[in-house]
Design a protein around this ligand. Sequence first.
Ligand code: NAP
Length: 491
Amino acid sequence: MTHDAVIIGAGFGGMGAAIQLNRLGLDDICILDREDDLGGTWHVNHYPGLAVDIPSSTYSYSFEPNPYWTRLFAPGAELKKYAEHIADKYDLRRYMRFGQVVERAVWDTDGQRWNVTTADGQVVSGRYLLTATGFLSQPKMPDIPGIETFRGKVIHTSKWDDDYDLTGQRAAVIGTGATAVQLIPTISDRLAELTVYQRTAIWVSAKPDYPVPAAVRKVFASIPLTQRAVRLAGSSILEMMMVAGVLHYRDFQMANRLGEIACRAHLRRQVRDPELRRKLTPDYSFGCKRPTFSNDYYPTFNKEHVHLETEGISHIDATGIVTQDGQRRDIDVLVLATGFNLWDTNFPALEIVGRDDRNLGEFWRKNRFQAYEGITIPGFPNLLSLNSPYAYSGLSYFTTIESQMKHMARLFAEMNKRGADTFEVTEEANADFLSRMTAKVGDSVFVLGQCATANSYYFNQHGEATLLRPTTTLSTFREAGNFPLEDYSYA
Ligand code: NAP
């Protein structure tokens, strides 16, 4: 049996795609997810301190605002609840199958369908394949010599063990990205000793985070326009930061400098020790890697039992960590806040084989990372790859999701009009898009700033910043609704 569509991933991307397919009249949908419940990132991540790191009012579908966020930056559990609400309200659970690790998807030219194979050997077929496997879903385990010999507890932040009691333990946290910035202050007080191993410092600014009073939530619920106004204000600020501070670095270097100045001032206010401040100050331009917000990250390092270690790690043994200078520290628990692997294992997150045996992973690695409008690739008919190079637009993931939903609406309307069964983006349209994006990235901090020491996951293994779409979100939306229909071939 061939479904209308197979969606891989039951997070916000996959659910948005399913909602859109429903609106376009497709109801025979199968959503496969490797986890045991829906929510993607917000199901998988539940480490202490998890919260959304942009204002919550901007982090939801625009057509389904949530008036009940309790804080300006809502805690992770509320995001998970919102995901459940979406699944229920849009009746999406009936499509979902959990515990399904998808290994391979192969285009069947004769049958004009995608055959999707799971780890337990099942084959699920669909006329369309939509991959919504997330940008940050493949945990990165550091290849530090001896790590496998450590006899204490090891936890990656994306596989947090809620039953493990940290009280009175000597812990090491490796990594100082956005995850570590949330985690470290939250766990520090219950630990006997905490050493943070920092390889690259992160720009951190003050977090304007406040509880949303019940009365305000009531107003949001009863007069949705009020929340729309707040969302518009929040989105505009984020957009300004992104466009002026990052994408148009050539013209607005001052905006980028202001971001850096704000972070430096925040650090100066919170940390008195000049040596500690020096260590916590990044040596790369603001925006080369995702900066973050926190009011309690820096002060954590003022505590006597918290140490910031900037000497590189030499190796790990059964009971502790040894740094390059030969110093060792005994620990009971090793926390890996080491992030995610995008460019080796996530683009794509499974083997995808298109027309004429074209392998998507190989294609991307050999021919540069690329996807027309961040969603389709030549040689892959009827594939919508939602987590593609240049897909991520703006700072809220929902901007990306909704612009892709818009792209789907235009594409499927044209398919219907023509009575077509397949679509495929043309090589020319894809090449034009890639060269346009490459030129635009040339104006950004990624090319013109000092990013060499940032170790940023925005950059792929060839040194190209091909994750974020270097245009305004307005232009992303405009193109999603207006791309030339002849950029696709239909059959
Ligand atoms: P990340 O930003 O990639 O940070 C990983 C950290 O681990 C970096 O400091 C990295 O150092 C370090 N590291 C990795 N391998 C290492 C090794 N072998 N030795 C020493 N250090 C190593 O990952 P993340 O903090 O999980 O954040 C990823 C993204 O998730 C964020 O940028 C953000 O977009 C998102 N996020 C969102 C939220 C939210 O909205 N709630 C919360 C957390 C994260 P180098 O920099 O030197 O490689």
